[in-house]
Design a protein around this ligand. Structure first.
Ligand SMILES: Cc1cc2nc3c(=O)[nH]c(=O)nc-3n(C[C@H](O)[C@H](O)[C@H](O)COP(=O)(O)OP(=O)(O)OC[C@H]3O[C@@H](n4cnc5c(N)ncnc54)[C@H](O)[C@@H]3O)c2cc1C
Length: 501
């Protein structure tokens, strides 16, 4: 049943992880006449990892009217300018690169010059085409400066966060409850379905029936409503993303807090390092086809200098892929229940935010009907697939090739047609950015991001174009660029100083 405003009278959300509570906040802050009830199970608990975000987390907090200073201190949160990819390439000078989020300064000067020098490099000219020289957020990160500019600096820059996922869950729970969301602690033991295939109610372990007009499946990898009950198909990404496991452990935080996530390639996967105010969160994401859990734990301890430490490790399994329909009948899947692309680009929260906000728009547009269900599902699928392609490209383009894992990733031919075409353009196009737009290859990542990755790993196939280069002009341009970025940087403060309560 619908309210007079065309929204469901009652929504039940199954699952109280980050996805469930984000959804509860978004719904409660916009659909004020809808009764919202969230069930979470103490026995099952939450996954309790996922501590880095893209700028979408800021969009989420903006949408529910919460400022950085209102939530960050409660979640030991820090700012994030981007990600350093370390040791993914053995090519001299390209052992590490930084992938920044977007800044308005990019389009003015830095991105065009970056692309110009990539073309020159591909012709064999000895020019600087390493992404680290080109972007303001890279400069901020290298100098431990936070992403909040002085009032007088007229250009916007996007930023993400690092946070304690358990504390974020607690903050979001309290905020949603203040907006009127009812929390029930119980385990769903059964799901009842109407004859027409719509969901009718969830049955709790004490036999209580919770009926609703619309349901959100936020039950994590369980996917209790969408996959188990409604039998929506699941597409595994295992063929092109090999990693299926992770081992996680904390380490002591440094006195100067980095403004970036670090993703270091190890023998059979990669390790994240995420700075929180009170600890580093670390994890090794690997493929169990190549290394077992004990070996992975030892390698992570060694990498962190914790071989002799008794700090506890947590081992996790990951299911990588997505459902074919995120909205089906009267149910929306959000979070791990709808799918997961491994955490290399920390995109899960962004996908949850996009799923709920796009669903609300499509549902309203369809006046409470399923008219826009298929357009919505197509949209969310293309977001998942666009991110998957970008993440797959990290593995495909790796320049380590020192273990079977890295060699098999580089050889892997199970890549999407879109990714093949992007890689073809990288090698063959003389105007990569424009051609990506021309051939409709723009997905979840801008040409700048693709170029950062491929140039960052030192992938410069030699091409034949007629460009000639004036080295004096090149050096002058690079000096001007460096000066521009340095002077922009004068408008930013030390990261640590932004976090003092
Ligand atoms: C190794 C790893 C690293 C990650 N890193 C990142 C990252 O850096 N950035 C990022 O954005 N994301 C990351 N993620 C993803 C992130 O952890 C999740 O997207 C996020 O935590 C949301 O999870 P969720 O709410 O969907 O599921 P969960 O946290 O698993 O919550 C599921 C909820 O459903 C409840 N539930 C399940 N079954 C029942 C039932 N029968 N009855 C009642 N309740 C039930 C559970 O009790 C729980 O409350 C990572 C994931 C992994 C595995």
């Amino acid at each position: 049943m619908l309210n007079n405003d065309g929204k469901p009278k009652k929504i039940v959300i199954v699952g109280g992880g980050t996805a469930g509570w984000m959804a509860a906040n978004l719904l409660a802050s916009r659909w004020k006449n809808t009764e919202i009830c969230l069930v979470e199970s103490e026995q099952i608990g939450i996954i309790g990892v996922g501590e880095g975000s893209t700028p979408h987390l800021k969009l989420f907090f903006d949408a529910i009217g919460v400022t950085d200073s209102q939530w960050m201190p409660h979640c030991n949160a820090t700012y994030k300018n981007g990600i350093t990819f370390d040791k993914w390439s053995n090519i001299k000078g390209f052992e590490s690169y930084f992938h920044p989020f977007a800044a308005q300064t990019d389009d003015m000067l830095t991105v065009p010059l970056f692309f110009k020098n990539i073309q020159a490099k591909m012709q064999g000219y000895d020019v600087n085409a390493h992404p680290d020289s080109y972007f303001l957020e890279t400069y901020l990160s290298k100098n431990n400066l936070g992403p909040l500019p002085a009032e007088s600096f007229p250009f916007g820059i996007a930023y993400g966060y690092h946070f304690d996922s358990a504390l974020l869950g607690k903050f979001l729970t309290e905020h949603a409850q203040n907006l009127g969301v009812k929390k029930i602690v119980s385990t769903v033991s059964d799901v009842l379905v109407h004859n027409d295939g719509n969901l009718k109610a969830v049955k709790l372990s004490d036999q209580t029936l919770l009926e609703a007009d619309f349901f959100l499946d936020c039950s994590g990898f369980n996917s209790l409503l969408m996959q188990k009950t409604l039998k929506v198909n699941y597409q595994s990404f295992k063929d092109n993303l090999f990693n299926d496991s992770a081992v996680v452990m904390p380490s002591e935080i440094s006195s100067i807090l980095p403004v970036e996530t670090k993703a270091t390639a190890l023998t059979n996967g990669w390790a994240w390092q995420i700075p929180l105010q009170n600890r580093f969160g670390n994890g090794y994401v690997y493929s169990s086809d190549y290394i077992n859990a004990d070996q992975a734990e030892t390698e992570l301890r060694d990498h962190l200098g914790l071989l002799d430490s008794d700090v506890e490790a947590r081992h996790l399994k990951m299911k990588v892929g997505r459902v074919e329909k995120h909205w089906h009948k009267n149910c929306l899947a959000v979070g791990l229940s709808q799918g997961f692309i491994e955490p290399l680009e920390a995109t899960a929260i962004a996908l949850s935010f996009n799923t709920v906000s796009q669903f609300m728009l499509h549902y309203q547009e369809g006046k409470g009907t399923n008219k826009f269900e298929s357009a919505f599902n197509q949209d969310i699928n293309s977001r998942f697939d666009g991110i998957r392609d970008y993440v797959v490209c990290h593995y495909k383009a790796n320049q380590r090739l020192d273990t079977d894992y890295w060699r098999d990733n580089a050889k892997n031919s199970n890549i999407s047609e879109t990714l093949s075409r992007i890689l073809y353009l990288w090698t063959n196009s003389q105007n990569f950015a424009d051609d990506m737009i021309k051939y409709k290859l723009m997905g979840s990542y801008q040409p700048k991001s693709w170029a950062c990755m491929l140039a960052g790993y030192g992938v410069f196939p030699q091409t034949n174009t007629n460009q000639t280069i004036d080295y004096t002009a090149h050096h002058q341009e690079m000096a001007g660029l460096g000066d521009f970025i340095r002077r922009c940087g004068l408008n930013f403060n030390a990261h640590n100083s932004l976090l003092t309560p």
